[in-house]
Ligand binder design. Structure first.
Ligand SMILES: [Zn+2]
Length: 236
């Protein structure tokens, strides 16, 4: 198992406008996430020109939707947990509160993707399917992808039952008598096995359940808590 070096400084707060992966995303791509204090309207205001939003329905599955044609540009695309686009001005959105928001970009081709990966999505192979969709749809090979894993629940706060051992054996760890699961490491390994270079996978280092003042955590606060919205777009 590869343990990633955290890179907390990669996520920069912009007052009133959420948290941004500015250094990761470069000049042509906007990528960020709301915190407790910001909403998606604040994120959208960071774009100099208007963005059209397309969200994934999020069904904890492994379906990837390509947003390239006008008919695909609807508020919510049903049945998918990941979205890809090369269209400038389209903001892809997902919502999380502990699950992993996974940002994808090929900065040389300006193609972007965003995935909502919880344990079910990881078990279903969502992330390798996103990598495969870059190849099939855009002829972008895995070694060209930059990936950022946003704030999500870390092993420190993710106690799991014995049924996780069969699915996530290598990522289960006993901590002070608790059985915990490291979804970040599972995601990182799946991406590397799909051909993404380890040095191109960045993890922001924020645990949603530890940093409850900053993020929403379903585990810590229950299902009625809020959700963070992640956004990625090629600038219009
Ligand atoms: Zn934690």
């Amino acid at each position: 198992m590869l343990l990633k070096t955290n890179n907390a400084s990669a996520l920069e707060p912009i007052r009133g406008h959420g948290w941004w992966l500015r250094r990761w995303a470069g000049d042509r791509i906007l990528a960020g996430i709301t915190g407790r204090e910001t909403d998606v309207a604040s994120l959208l205001q960071q774009s100099a020109r208007p963005l059209t939003t397309v969200a994934a329905e999020q069904v904890h599955g492994a379906s990837v939707a390509i947003v390239e044609r006008a008919h695909a540009i609807v508020d919510v695309l049903p049945g998918c947990d990941a979205l890809l686009t090369s269209l400038p001005g389209i903001a892809l959105l997902i919502r999380t509160a502990d699950c992993l928001p996974v940002f994808f970009s090929d900065p040389s081709r300006n193609v972007v993707g965003l995935a909502h990966a919880g344990w079910r999505g990881l078990a279903a192979g969502l992330l390798p399917r996103v990598v495969a969709a870059f190849q099939h749809t855009y002829h972008i090979t895995a070694d060209h992808l930059d990936i950022a894993i946003g704030p999500a629940i870390h092993a420190c706060c993710y106690d799991v039952g014995p049924e996780f051992v069969a699915r996530f054996g290598a990522y289960i760890e006993m901590r002070e008598g608790h059985r915990t699961c490291n979804l970040i490491a599972a995601a990182t390994d799946q991406l590397q096995q799909a051909g993404v270079r380890s040095q191109k996978i960045m993890e922001t280092g924020h645990c949603t359940a530890c940093e409850i003042d900053q993020w929403f955590s379903l585990r810590r606060e229950g299902p009625s808590t809020g959700r963070m919205t992640s956004l990625i777009a090629v600038k219009p």
